[in-house]
Write a protein that binds this ligand. Structure first.
Ligand code: VG1
Ligand code: CO
Length: 543
C-alpha cells in the first residue's frame, strides 16, 4: 500500500457547529478541504494507529466520494478496521449503535442532516466518539485547533473499495467490513419494544403513513415497519434515499413535510403520521387531526415509556435542551426523577446518558432518543409511539389531550428568521445581551418580564461550562421567549425565536397555537427591537 503525505494549508473556517462541520457541498469538494478536516480529527485524537472506526452517511450528494477518501486517510493513519454501511448508507442512530456494539474508537458520519443535499446545497461531517455520541465540546475545540495548524495529511493510494456488497475486503493492513445498514439496528429495536404488540396493532387494521423524505430512513422504515411489523406495503412513502432528497429539505416539520401534515388533517388520514430527517435522527409525530409538538412528544413518551419492555423498570431521569418546553420537566417531577436542561445539540446529553443520570432526552427541533444509543433517533421515537398506541388502545389525539389534562399544556412554536446578514443578527443578540440586567420588571407589549439571562450550562458529570447558549426571557403569567443563533446553517445567520406559553391542567387546551402565543410573540419582538434590527417581522419558518 502506497501512502502519500500531501502538503496542505489550513482552511480558516473548519470550526464544528451544533452538529459537526457543515458547509456548502462545493466547499467540501475543494482540493484538501475534506482531507484536512479528517486528518485534523486524527491529529486531535491521538492518531489512527490500530483503531477501528464506523463510516457511513445519509446518501446525499458527495457521500460516496467522501467515504472513499476517509477510508484512504484512515488507512494511511494506520487504522486497523473500518465498518462501513453498504452503499455508504448509515443513519446517524444506526452509526451510533455500530460504534457502541463493536466497541470501536469512534465514527465518521457524513450528513448535513435536515439541510438540503446536492452539489449546490449542503454537506457535513460529524465525528462521534467511542461512546457513540457526537464529539463533546472539548474534543470539537481540539479538532478545530488542529485544523488551524495542519501542514500535511496522509492518504493511501488504492482503488476505490466496492461498498455495494456485504463482506470484507483488505487494503494493506486495513480491514474494510461492509455491513447491512439495517440489520443490527433492527435487532436493537426488537430488544427495546414489544414488536408482537405492534404487529398485532397493524394486523388489527391500524394505519400509518411514514414519510422518509427521500432520505436515509427509507430502507430502515421499509424493513422494520413493512417487513418486520407487518404494516401494509405503501405505509412508507418517499422511501428510496436520493442524493438530492427529491430536491426538498429533509426536515420533518409542518413546513417541509406539509403533504404529510395535510394528509393527517384530512378525512382520509391514517391513524398515525410520522416523518424523519436526512440522517434519520429526527422525527415528527402527527395523529389524525393532531400535530404533536416535539416538546410534547418528549413529555408523552417519557410519561408512557414504561409500556415498552426496555423502559418497564422506569426512567432514571429526563433531559431536554434549554429551548425545549418545560413539559417534560413536569413529567420528571411527577415520576420523582431528575430533570436536566442542557444547551442545544445532542453532544450535551452524552455525559448524562453515560453516567446513567437520564434515560430519555429530547429537543424541540424534533429530536428524541434514549440511552439505547448516544444520538437522537427518529425511528426509535416512532416505534415507542407505536408501542404506546398498541398498549393504550387510544388515539394520538386522545393521548395528547389526556396528557394536557394531567400536566397542563405548553403552547409552543419556533420562529426562524433565515439568511439574516450575520452583522445584523449579532447586533440584535449583543444589544439584547447588554440589556438583560435591566429587563426584569419592565413591560413589553403588555407583558412584564419576570427574569432574563444568558443560558450557561455546567455539566454535572465533568464540570465543564458552556456559556452564551441562548437568551431566555421569562414573562409573568408563564410565558417564555428564547433567542439564539443557529449553529447548523451554511448561509448567513439564522435567528431562532422560541415561544412558549404554559396553560395549566384546568385551562383552555383548545386554542390555536399561534393565537395562544401572540402576546409572547409581540413582547419578544419588542424586547429585542426585532424589526429595527432585521427590517422584517415575519419569520421564514414557523414550526
Ligand atoms: C439544530 C437544532 C438542534 C439540533 C441540531 C442538529 O441546531 O436546533 O436542536 O440538535 O440542529 O440536528 P441549530 O444550531 O441550527 O439550532 V440534526 O438532526 O440537523 O443533526
Ligand atoms: Co438529523
Amino acid at each position: 500500500m502506497t501512502v502519500s503525505t500531501v502538503a496542505t494549508q489550513p482552511f480558516e473556517d473548519q470550526e464544528p457547529g451544533t452538529s459537526g462541520l457543515r458547509k456548502k457541498t462545493r466547499a467540501f469538494m475543494q482540493p484538501n478541504y475534506l482531507e484536512n478536516f479528517v486528518q485534523a480529527i486524527f491529529n486531535a485524537t491521538g492518531g489512527g494507529a490500530g483503531k477501528t472506526f464506523v463510516i457511513g452517511g445519509d446518501g446525499r450528494y458527495f457521500n460516496a466520494e467522501a467515504i472513499q477518501k476517509i477510508i484512504k486517510i484512515a488507512a494511511a493513519n494506520g487504522a486497523a478496521r473500518v465498518i462501513v454501511g453498504k452503499d455508504g448508507i448509515l443513519s446517524t442512530p444506526a452509526a451510533s449503535h455500530l460504534i457502541r456494539k463493536n466497541k470501536t474508537d469512534g465514527g465518521f458520519i457524513l450528513s448535513a442532516s435536515h439541510n438540503p443535499g446536492g452539489i449546490d446545497e449542503d454537506f457535513g461531517v460529524k465525528f462521534n466518539a467511542s461512546n457513540g455520541g457526537p464529539a463533546p465540546e472539548g474534543l470539537t475545540s481540539r479538532m478545530f485547533d488542529a485544523t488551524k495548524v495542519i501542514e500535511s495529511y496522509a492518504i493511501a493510494e488504492f482503488e476505490d473499495v466496492d461498498l455495494g456488497h456485504v463482506g470484507t475486503a483488505g487494503r494493506g493492513d486495513l480491514v474494510i467490513e461492509t455491513v447491512d445498514p439495517v440489520k443490527d439496528y433492527l435487532a436493537l429495536m426488537e430488544q427495546l419494544f414489544d414488536f408482537d404488540a405492534i404487529h398485532a396493532l397493524f394486523a388489527g387494521g391500524f394505519t400509518m403513513c411514514f414519510d422518509a423524505m427521500h432520505a436515509v430512513t427509507g430502507p430502515y422504515a421499509h424493513a422494520i415497519l413493512e417487513g418486520r411489523l407487518g404494516a401494509p406495503k405503501g405505509t412508507v412513502i418517499n422511501g428510496v434515499p436520493r442524493v438530492d432528497f427529491g430536491r426538498g429539505h429533509p426536515d420533518p416539520n409542518p413546513i417541509w413535510a406539509k403533504p404529510l401534515v395535510d394528509l393527517m388533517m384530512s378525512d382520509s388520514a391514517p391513524d398515525l403520521g410520522a416523518a424523519s430527517d436526512g440522517d434519520g435522527d429526527r422525527n415528527m409525530i402527527v395523529g389524525r387531526g393532531a400535530y404533536v409538538t416535539p416538546s410534547d412528544s418528549l413529555a408523552v413518551l417519557a410519561a408512557n415509556a414504561h409500556l415498552a419492555p426496555a423502559y418497564s423498570g422506569g426512567l432514571t431521569g429526563i433531559a431536554r435542551s434549554m429551548p425545549t418546553s418545560g413539559a417534560s420537566d413536569r413529567v420528571a417531577d411527577r415520576l420523582g426523577i431528575g430533570a436536566y436542561e442542557t444547551p442545544t445539540g445532542w453532544k450535551f446529553f452524552g455525559n448524562l446518558l453515560d453516567a446513567g443520570k437520564v434515560t430519555i432526552c429530547g429537543e424541540e427541533s424534533a429530536g428524541t432518543g434514549s440511552s439505547h444509543v448516544r444520538e437522537k433517533d427518529g425511528l426509535w421515537a416512532v416505534l415507542l409511539w407505536l408501542n404506546i398506541l398498541a398498549k393504550r388502545d387510544s388515539s394520538v389525539a386522545e393521548i395528547l389531550k389526556e396528557h394536557w389534562r394531567a400536566y397542563g399544556r405548553d403552547y409552543y412554536s419556533r420562529h426562524d428568521f433565515e439568511a439574516v446578514e450575520p452583522d445584523r443578527a449579532s447586533a440584535l443578540v449583543d444589544e439584547l445581551t447588554r440589556s438583560l440586567a435591566d429587563l426584569p420588571g419592565r413591560e413589553f407589549a403588555g407583558l412584564r418580564v419576570r427574569a432574563a439571562d444568558q443560558f450557561s450550562y455546567r455539566d454535572p458529570v465533568d464540570g465543564s461550562v458552556s456559556s452564551n447558549q441562548g437568551i431566555r426571557i421569562f414573562f409573568e403569567g408563564g410565558g417564555r421567549a428564547v433567542f439564539r443563533l443557529s449553529g447548523t446553517g451554511t448561509q448567513g445567520a439564522t435567528l431562532r425565536v422560541y415561544l412558549e406559553q404554559f396553560e395549566p391542567a384546568d385551562g383552555d387546551h383548545e386554542q390555536d397555537t399561534q393565537e395562544a402565543l401572540k402576546a409572547i410573540r409581540n413582547a419578544a419582538h419588542e424586547v429585542c427591537s426585532l424589526e429595527a434590527h432585521l427590517g422584517r417581522t415575519e419569520p421564514d419558518v414557523r414550526t
